[in-house]
Every structure is written in C-alpha cells, then in structure tokens.
Write a protein that binds this ligand. Structure first.
Ligand SMILES: [Zn+2]
Length: 163
C-alpha cells in the first residue's frame, strides 16, 4: 500500500456510511428488516440496531479495527509503535462496547470488511440472515422497546426514501 492509498483507506474506515456498511443495509432492508443507524444512545454507536430483534450489527474495517489474521490488517512499516498502540486501543474499545451492549441485553454481530468482498459477500450475508432468523426465533414472544431520539428517527426515514 502506498502512503496515499493508506491515507484514503484510513479516511474511509473512519467514516460512517461506508460501502461495506451500505451493502449490509441494503441487503437487510430488501429482506424486510428495519433498523436504526448510528444510534448514539447505544455503546459504540452501532452501525445498525435492529430494535425488534434487540440486535446490534457492527461493520468493521479490517485495518482500523485490527482484524486478526486478515490480509487487510497489516501494521504499516513506519511508525510501528504508533499504529500498534492505536489499533490496540481501538480493539479494546470495541471489546468494551460489545460487553456493554451485552450487559444491556443486546445481541451483537460483527461483520468484517473482508467478509463483504465480492467472493465472500453472498455467504456472509446469507449467514447473517440465518443468525437473525435464529435470534428472531429465540426472542419470540419477548417484548422489546427502546427509545431513540428524533435525529435517529430521521435517519430511518432517509433510509426508506433511498431504497
Ligand atoms: Zn478482515
């Protein structure tokens, strides 16, 4: 990776509404799922929160979130300590957020950027469907409510228009 490519990569990974994220959103929406995006009131601001299933989904960039054993996660050869510490901090923070969500009774699903490459995409998305169906069965009969603020309601409305 050239420094320019890496810089582009970093920008993309840090931002919201990334391509991998939109891919998952469109897929779920077309399968009838409705969700909140970037719910700031939840630990870690999950990319998606399917409130009805009490399930949060994170779509993680492999570099930024330090996907172990993944070819897309390679610490740059310059400023090694800086990057190592930074990614370790991100991983620790991700872990803490997942635990906090679980403590609040949320299911959590992590999807990695590399699992959404064209070759892997279909298998990943079908696997996600299976997991959500399983959670739906498990949750059957449970009453779940959650309060979201106005801004998040608007996000949801925007998604409806887009699809
Ligand atoms: Zn990966």
């Amino acid at each position: 990776m050239t420094p320019q490519q890496r810089s582009n990569c970093m920008r993309r990974i840090r931002s919201k509404n990334t391509r991998p994220e939109m891919l998952v959103r469109r897929f779920l929406f077309s399968h009838g799922f409705r969700y909140r995006i970037h719910a700031k009131s939840l630990p870690g601001t999950p990319d998606l929160a399917i409130v009805g299933l009490h399930t949060c989904i994170f779509i993680n960039g492999c570099f930024w979130h330090g996907h172990e054993g993944c070819s897309m996660y390679k610490i740059p050869q310059t400023h090694v300590d800086f990057w190592t510490r930074k990614i370790e901090r991100n991983k620790a923070r991700d872990h803490k957020n997942l635990l906090a969500l679980k403590a609040q009774g949320w299911h959590t699903i992590e999807i990695w950027e590399c699992q959404l490459k064209p070759k892997e995409r279909e298998r990943t998305l079908q696997g996600l469907l299976r997991t959500l169906n399983y959670i739906a069965l498990e949750n059957q009969g449970a009453k779940l409510t959650y309060d979201f603020d106005v801004e998040e309601e608007q996000n949801l409305a925007a998604e409806d228009v887009e699809s």
